[in-house]
Structure formats: structure tokens, C-alpha cells
Design a protein around this ligand. Structure first.
Ligand SMILES: Cc1cc2nc3c(=O)[nH]c(=O)nc-3n(C[C@H](O)[C@H](O)[C@H](O)COP(=O)(O)OP(=O)(O)OC[C@H]3O[C@@H](n4cnc5c(N)ncnc54)[C@H](O)[C@@H]3O)c2cc1C
Length: 395
């Protein structure tokens, strides 16, 4: 088996890997991106992306990949009696986003990486990763069969990360299975809204989403646990002829999403983990694209500094984990607690909870992590408030 040498070896061509490799190459580091699939984005996705992700990635909002502007959404209670509407049409909350065409979105990131000088190896799988005292080694097979030597390895290889396994000794993360249909000819009330359904009946221990892509097309899927995915998704579609009576399924796909929050340590000597490999998914919503982009960008910046200082120690690279935590650590922690609390609530309690929320309190809570407005609303029913607080404390 031959060998080749790079400064930085990035495993995985998702949003995290594309971001970190580009930053490294832009700063003059010889960088290779290793991707096992023959093209990017083989994994399904509901394709909802907040504007912050575009900004972090330095991508403009281009209609070729930002296909549908989302002005708001509805959180629908288990009995569908309450539809909590959150709308940011005039952008007063500063949080809005798009449904993207993810393959095209990733392609835009890929072109930026190419322009920066990243060597992209498709159809090449990282089999084994080893950190030695003065270098790293990644054994690859597929389009290339060789050992890649480098100074630093980045594990951006998703929830089944080989880097997390070989370098960090990590086992499986807490995962939720998903199933998604891409559907055409849907008749949705508003195509600029996303729809989220919760409750033990409709989506046990998870939630169900309808994310419109425009012109009657939508990603309709669910992530649930301890329950059959297809049964629940089909039942939902059958129970909503007003939306799906004329609709056709044109694609079926599924994948696991890590929902246990970030791994304890994301850095080791000469190695870092980013994105799904690091558990960078908001545990209550499954949002992982923006965290992956933010993590990839910070990791890239810290790795470049490590080259400046010729210091690839765990201690030096820890700046990446600290900076990520400053940005999104609180959100990840809060969302994990909120998910665990929601999971123990029965449908009547979820209905009560949603009935006590309003647009402003949910935005303040879910996106800005300010609990005050939500707590005030909850105090409208003090007994219920105490029981929720107790569950939150236990979560
Ligand atoms: C059904 C579903 C819906 C979702 N919806 C949304 C959403 O609407 N919004 C949102 O923000 N997030 C969503 N997510 C989560 C989001 O897709 C991920 O969190 C995000 O893609 C993580 O990016 P990543 O770069 O860390 O990993 P990934 O996108 O998983 O990319 C990892 C890459 O590594 C490659 N790879 C793996 N192992 C190897 C190996 N050994 N060698 C070489 N290459 C390897 C894979 O082929 C893959 O291309 C959804 C996920 C699912 C499953």
C-alpha cells in the first residue's frame, strides 16, 4: 500500500467536513477531504436551515439552493386542537430560514472548498485511523487504496464516525431513527410555514415534520423511538387527506440522528471531531446543519493556529471545544433537558403546555434561551408549573 502526505486529513464530506477543509486550505494548509460516497449528500434531510448557517458559511442566499423561504411555523398539539403559530415574516425576532435543496447547498460548499485548494477524494472510505506521536495515519480504500499521513485528522464522518471510534474509543451515540418521504402535489395551508406535530400517538418519543419545498413538494418525515416508523408516518398521511389526498411519494429514505448532545471530549492530540461525529445536533429539534457549519469553521480556525504555533496537543486544540461551547453549548444542554422532559409528558400534559405558550415566549425560550417570558406564562397554572419544573430538574 502506498502513502501520501497532507497537513490536514478531513474524513467526511458533509457540512462539517466541507467547512473545516475549506478554512484549512484557505489558510495555506495542504488539505484532503475523504468521502466514502460517489457524490455528496446521500443522507436524507428535512433541509431546514436557519439564516445563521448561510452567514457562517459565507454563502449568499441563492435561489438555486435556498428553494423556499420559511416565514414561520406551527407547533401542533397531540389532539390537533391547538396550533401554536410562530411567524417572523417581518424578521422582528431575527430568526428565519430556508428549506434548501441540500445536494445543491452542499455543492455550493464543495465549490468553495475546491476553490480554496482542497483535494476531494470521493468513493474513498477511511477504514482505520491512528494517531502517532509525530503524525496521524488514515488507511483508505476505494478510489484510492493507500495510507494518508498528516499532522492532524478531523472526524467529520457522521454518527458512525471511524475517527471517534479509533482515536477517541467512543461507542455508539444516543440515536433516533427517522423515516422521510419526499412528496409531490401536497396541498398545504401555507407553503412558507413548517409544520411540527408532537404527541405519543402521532410521534412517540419524537416528532413529525412537514417541511414544504414549494410548488406542492414537501419533506414529510418523523423521528420516533420504540415504535414502527412506517406505520406512524403512513397513518399520519392517511389521517390528513386535506394535505395529502392527492399527493404522491417520490422518494423514501431514512437515517439515524444523534440526539444525546455533544460528546464529552471533542479533541485529542492531533485529532478533532465535528458535526454529527461530535454529537453536534440540537437534541430536541434534530437541527444539525448550522451546528456542523459553526463547529467546522471554529475547528478550522483553531487547526490553522495550531500550525502557526506548531502545537497539535489536545490542550492546544481544546480551544475549539471551548469556543464551540461558548456559541452553542447552552443551547445543546438546554435542548437535551427539554427533550428528556417532553419525553416523560403524557399527551394531556403536552396539550396543557402548548396551551400556555405564545409566539413570543416560545421564540424567547427555544431560540434565545431566555426562560423568563415562558416561566411567566407557565405560572398561569402554578400546579402544572411546579410539576414541569420538577421534571426539568430530574431530566
Ligand atoms: C431525516 C433527517 C432529517 C434532517 N433534517 C434536518 C434539518 O431539516 N435541518 C438540519 O439542520 N439538520 C437536519 N438533519 C441533521 C443533519 O442532516 C446533520 O446533522 C448534518 O448533516 C450533519 O453534518 P455532518 O457534516 O456532521 O455529517 P453528515 O452530513 O452525516 O456527513 C458525514 C459524511 O461523512 C461520510 N463518511 C462517513 N463515514 C465515512 C468514512 N469512513 N470514510 C469517508 N467518509 C465517510 C458520509 O458519507 C457523509 O457524507 C436531519 C437528519 C436526518 C437523518
Amino acid at each position: 500500500m502506498g502513502s501520501v502526505r497532507y497537513d490536514v486529513i478531513v474524513v467526511g464530506g458533509g457540512p462539517a467536513g466541507l467547512m473545516v477543509s475549506r478554512i484549512c486550505a484557505e489558510n495555506g494548509l495542504k488539505t484532503v477531504l475523504i468521502e466514502k460516497e460517489k457524490r455528496l449528500c446521500m443522507k436524507p434531510c428535512a433541509e431546514g436551515v436557519l439564516i445563521e448557517a448561510f452567514e457562517e458559511a459565507g454563502l449568499k442566499v441563492d435561489p438555486s439552493y435556498a428553494v423556499n423561504r420559511v416565514a414561520g411555523g406551527e407547533l401542533i398539539s397531540p389532539d390537533e386542537s391547538i396550533k401554536l403559530v410562530v411567524e417572523d415574516a417581518d424578521r422582528k425576532f431575527g430568526v428565519y430560514g430556508y428549506i434548501v435543496d441540500k445536494p445543491k447547498f452542499l455543492n455550493a460548499l464543495l465549490l468553495r472548498a475546491y476553490d480554496a485548494g482542497v483535494d476531494v477524494w470521493l468513493r474513498t472510505r477511511a477504514r482505520k485511523v491512528k494517531v502517532c506521536e509525530d503524525h496521524v495515519e488514515v488507511e483508505v480504500t476505494g478510489w484510492k487504496n493507500l495510507t494518508v499521513h498528516g499532522e492532524v485528522v478531523v472526524g467529520a464522518d457522521g454518527s458512525e464516525s471511524v475517527v471517534a471510534r479509533d482515536v477517541f474509543g467512543y461507542g455508539k451515540q444516543e440515536l433516533i431513527p427517522t423515516l422521510q418521504y419526499r412528496m409531490k402535489d401536497c396541498e398545504l395551508e401555507r407553503e412558507d410555514f413548517i409544520y411540527v406535530y408532537v404527541g405519543r400517538e402521532v410521534a412517540p418519543l419524537g416528532y413529525l415534520w412537514v417541511f414544504p419545498k414549494g410548488d406542492g413538494e414537501a419533506n414529510v418525515g418523523l423521528g420516533i423511538r420504540k415504535a414502527p416508523l412506517k406505520y406512524h408516518l403512513d397513518k399520519f398521511i392517511e389521517n390528513h387527506p386535506e394535505m395529502f389526498g392527492k399527493a404522491k411519494i417520490v422518494e423514501v429514505d431514512g437515517a439515524a440522528v444523534p440526539i444525546g448532545g455533544p460528546r464529552k471530549s471533542l479533541v485529542n492530540d492531533r485529532a478533532v471531531l465535528c458535526g454529527d461525529a461530535a454529537g453536534h445536533v440540537v437534541p430536541i429539534s434534530g437541527e444539525g446543519i448550522r451546528p456542523a457549519i459553526i463547529a467546522g469553521k471554529i475547528a478550522g480556525e483553531v487547526i490553522c493556529k495550531a500550525f502557526d504555533e506548531e502545537n497539535f496537543s489536545e490542550k492546544f486544540l481544546r480551544a475549539y471545544q471551548n469556543r464551540f461551547n461558548e456559541r452553542l453549548g447552552r443551547l445543546m444542554k438546554w435542548a437535551l433537558k427539554a427533550r428528556r422532559t417532553l419525553e416523560v409528558l403524557k399527551d394531556p400534559e403536552i396539550i396543557r403546555l402548548i396551551s400556555l405558550m405564545d409566539e413570543e415566549s416560545i421564540i424567547e425560550l427555544a431560540l434565545k434561551l431566555r426562560v423568563w417570558k415562558f416561566a411567566k406564562k407557565l405560572m398561569g397554572d402554578p400546579v402544572f408549573a411546579v410539576s414541569i419544573a420538577a421534571k426539568l430538574l430530574r431530566a
